[in-house]
Design a protein around this ligand. Sequence first.
Ligand SMILES: Cc1cc2nc3c(=O)[nH]c(=O)nc-3n(C[C@H](O)[C@H](O)[C@H](O)COP(=O)(O)OP(=O)(O)OC[C@H]3O[C@@H](n4cnc5c(N)ncnc54)[C@H](O)[C@@H]3O)c2cc1C
Length: 512
Amino acid sequence: MSHSETTEQYDAIIIGSGMGGLTVASLLAQLGKKRVLLLERHFKLGGFTHSFKRGKFEWDVGVHYVGEMYPKALSRKVMDLVTGKAVDWQAGGPVIERYHFPEGSFDVPSDPKLFQKSLCEKFPDEATEINRYFKDLKSCQLWFARWCMSKYLPKWLGKLLIWPGKKLAMTITADYMKRFRSQHLKGILTGQWPDFGATPEKSAMAFHCAVASDFLNGSFYPIGGAQRISDSVEAIIEKHGGKCLVNRDVSEIIVENGRAVGVRASHKGTVVTYRAPVIVSNANAGVTFGKLVPEGFCAEEKAKASRLKSGVSALILFLGLKDDPRKHGFDDANYWLYSSSNHDLASQQSDPRMIEGGFLSFGSLRDPAAKSHVAQIIGFSDYNYWKEYSAKRWKRRGEDYESLKEEITNAMIERAEQFMPGVKELIEYQELATPVTVETFANHPQGMIYGQLCDPDRVEKDGWRVATSLPGLFLAGSDIGSPGVNGAMMASLFTAAKLLGPFGLVKVFSRL
Ligand SMILES: Cc1cc2nc3c(=O)[nH]c(=O)nc-3n(C[C@H](O)[C@H](O)[C@H](O)COP(=O)(O)OP(=O)(O)OC[C@H]3O[C@@H](n4cnc5c(N)ncnc54)[C@H](O)[C@@H]3O)c2cc1C
């Protein structure tokens, strides 16, 4: 491979253009007047917020709904700042989640008071505990915000900040749920577990509460699709003299005199060296420390990266539809297809190639700018069933892989049809992404869509901080916060604040 070095000067290099990388890049450019170089290994910007097309159909990869995007919400203000208000958000309908359980279905209203009321009406004997749950949700949500901030503060101060409320945040979700007698109620309250990928017996309340409270006030969708986010940030970066380059696979962080000073990235058969005094990695933390940081540095982080507990890998079935799903009785809510309200039991008993946790949504019903109708069905899968195809190239993984995909696709469609008769006949186009697709395109080891497991260790022992032990190297993205668009964005706000100097946080908040 040939080598070259760019002579262009930048203030910061961001590895990866997911929501985390985009947040840091945009804030550094706007608030710090920095020239930012954003390097992305995919041929499109956006990470899990990118969109793709097949003929007339278009899908978002990792955005079905985003919470807290109503005009006065803090997350919306941050999103508006990051995107320069170039993205409009469409509020979802009155029902956010439609759960199908053997005990019966339950619709979650897009209003916390109505949600609480409908639960109390359905489970009157448990009303006192239900009311307490909503209070705990609120306090744990505030704790989560303090936890994100603690990653930016000196360690001792961060520990002090998260001390109050930590016990609840570190509690295993299933243990907390033991206060409820009805399994059906427990199943409803924990029904969003696939949004962060850890079943109640594994997850920490910190992640359960962060995600559950994020969606209490309903769902929102970026009008025109999630690609609008990176489109708008790209314009901001360029306006401030920076650049976004795709097809740049960073293979190494360059360290000189004990400082990160640049990166090497492969591009069309050439290894190109880019230099800047600040490097921010939005790549998965396991990749950053396992592959990009050279030996001899970040020893503690490397040890941590090698022992991380794997999170879930997913099957994502993209469907192009012949007709408007509304004509067939469907709406813009999320449909969750559960064969049991005990999410742990169901996950253990299901086929490991297609794990319990089926989700179906019609993306085009959320986007007033959509030109054709689409849907997605998502389930989880054990990476081991796909591992053998990981070394093979995209679209050249062979007949075995294709027939396995076909078998799983059919099973996913049949399962959806069983819960939602009429879905099958709507399908005109189908394409399945497997854990190796996620691994190939997003560089998440083992196709982990949410990074490491969202358990109590991710909160503390195996958690990541904004600054690394290598001077000049910083982290961004959901790995330092929680899974989700907001999780990646809010955590990365603190990375930007750190890089904007001693009054960085003041600079950011004064602009909100
Ligand atoms: C199927 C699916 C559905 C989802 N649905 C929702 C939803 O409805 N709502 C919600 O809020 N969240 C959802 N999420 C989660 C959410 O999309 C992610 O948690 C969030 O976008 C992650 O952002 P990030 O910046 O941490 O990482 P990513 O988006 O993964 O970005 C990391 C980027 O780094 C790049 N990269 C990695 N290594 C290198 C390298 N060596 N060189 C250059 N570039 C590199 C990757 O290609 C990628 O672009 C979903 C995720 C998936 C997969």
